[in-house]
Ligand binder design. Structure first.
Ligand code: BMX
Ligand code: ZN
Length: 327
């Protein structure tokens, strides 16, 4: 069988949900299966094992790729850092645990890195020098592809840009324990926090959102904005300013060809507004030719990217064996 045709189970483990699908030749087969991310390390491991078992029953699988939130050492397949978005996940040797239980080769990668790899490999965007994906989800994850390779940093933490400091006010605490991280403002959680901030100053006759003061959701705000609620529209605009703030820092650090926006909150982005905000706050040399695109792969990016990384490990070990045989 051509290695491209090897069926790999790709799993994307985020702070809110786990999604999984069989990947063959860089595409998902059928509709991805989704389950809510359970609380705590043991429950997450059990959920992963259950999903893999279910897929194994109906499909031939030759490897498993797990794209997880958290800082990952892809060589050992261990989660070496994690925020409160996945409490207790730090220190989990996922590769070892799953390989022992399932007798299948496993590759583990940070979720945002896996998405960036998939978007780059899908080649829908021109990015000769640097492609940056921004995953707007429970947190904010960033994946950086430089000259065609994933950039992971000296401690595998490159792209943990959700924790860029975007304010000096000590106003919002991030789930990582630091203050005023980008994701405390620009993620789905940050969006709702901005909503609560806005609602603290208004009454029900100014916006019907005030009735949701006890339990506000992203959908409440989006629906109210569709009904022309001015407070909801302002919350959405402020969220765009927050998303832009971190991207501006990334522009000045990396000078990318393009950004690709992924994650559950990506569908709420107004690309014209976001580009305008970024241009206003970025040196002209950098922003003039900068492109910002919606993801070409949607929620499937993480699974596809990590499945491609599994195949890469097969290819590099095959090359290693061949080189030994030649000696
Ligand atoms: C957090 C961090 C990142 C992750 C990002 C997006 C943890 C558990 N997560 O900044 O590693 O890439 O969130 O994660 O440390 P998601 O859950 O929104 O997909
Ligand atoms: Zn943080």
């Amino acid at each position: 069988m051509d290695k491209k045709q090897f069926p790999i189970l790709g799993i994307d483990l985020g702070g809110t949900k786990i999604a999984a699908s069989i990947i063959i030749d860089t595409d998902t087969i059928g509709k991805p299966k989704r389950v809510p991310t359970p609380h705590g390390k043991e429950n997450i491991i059990q959920a992963l094992l259950k999903l893999i078992e279910e897929f194994k029953q109906d499909n031939l699988i030759v490897g498993v790729g797990i794209a997880t939130a958290g800082i990952v050492n892809p060589d050992t397949g261990e989660v070496i850092g994690s925020t409160g978005n996945l409490p207790g996940w730090e220190g989990t040797p996922i590769k070892k645990i799953i390989e022992e239980k399932m007798a299948l080769p496993v590759h583990v990668e940070n979720d945002a890195n896996a998405s960036a790899y998939a978007e780059y490999r899908a080649s829908k965007f021109k990015a000769d020098t640097c492609l940056v994906t921004v995953t707007l989800g429970t947190g904010i994850g960033v994946g950086i592809v430089i000259n065609g390779s994933l950039y992971r940093g000296a401690h595998f933490a490159a792209g943990e840009c959700g924790h860029l400091k975007v304010s000096l006010n000590n106003h919002r605490r991030c789930t990582c324990g630091l203050w005023d991280c980008w994701e405390a403002y620009g993620s789905g959680r940050g969006f709702v926090a901005t909503g609560y901030d806005a609602l603290s100053k208004i009454s029900a006759h100014q916006s019907k959102l005030a009735l949701k003061k006890e339990k506000l959701t992203t959908e409440d705000i989006i629906e109210a904005a569709k009904d022309n609620d001015l407070v909801a529209k302002q919350i959405i605009e402020t969220w765009h300013e927050h998303v832009a703030a971190g991207m501006v820092s990334l522009c000045h650090t990396l000078d990318p060809d393009c950004f690709v926006i992924t994650g559950g909150m990506g569908k709420f982005v107004d690309y014209v507004l976001l580009k305008d905000l970024i241009m206003d706050m970025t040196l002209p040399r950098i922003s003039e030719k900068l492109e910002i695109y919606p993801s070409s792969l949607g929620e499937r990016g993480g699974m596809i990217g990590v499945a491609e990384l599994v195949l890469d490990t097969f290819n590099s070990s095959a090359k290693y064996t061949q080189s030994l045989q030649k000696k």
